[in-house]
Design a protein around this ligand. Sequence first.
Ligand SMILES: [Cu+2]
Length: 213
Amino acid sequence: MLVVATVVSGAVHAQTAEIAALVKDAAGKPLAEAVVVAVPSDGSVRMPAKAREDAIFQVDKEFVPKVSVVRAGTAIAYPNNDTVRHHVYSFSPAKKFELPLYQGVPSKPVVFDQPGVVVLGCNIHDWMVAYVYVSESPHFAKSGADGNATITGLPPGAYVVRAWHPQLEGDEVQTRKVVDLSKSRRASGEWSLALKPELRVRRAPASKHSGGY
Ligand SMILES: [Cu+2]
């Protein structure tokens, strides 16, 4: 007779742990929109089988959110909340794509299957920029305005933890730290990131004439 064992989702790792990361810039100021990723140090990344979905909106001719962190395999939709059309594209090696001029929601989301950083732009509005950090690990968090990013639900073990920010100076690899969660349920750490100056494209001055781009 066949016995089928059922595992209640969420109870698999009853003893999960978390990493509380604080990300700052070189001057010690809390850094928002930094990505913190934890990879099991033995390389045993267990990606949940179910594909994830996410969305990056266009609101008032800006991408929202500006920084997204997703695991590899995630499909991202691009709902356009504006009345003008956008033309979203990426030339990044991790994902090259183009969504020619559209309004509303393009019919097909874009799947990000390669780990790496993907920079998004809009052909019409040069100042629009967004970053998709595609992680090879399902364990990550993004920092808030206070610089705090907490990665929860971690199975016990040792992790290599690294931090990234759109303005990061140098290689993300240099930010790696080993965090051991084999005996404790919580660990905290600080990451201090050297940043490049932010390159901003000025928004076009608001036109008195509506109906254009
Ligand atoms: Cu646009």
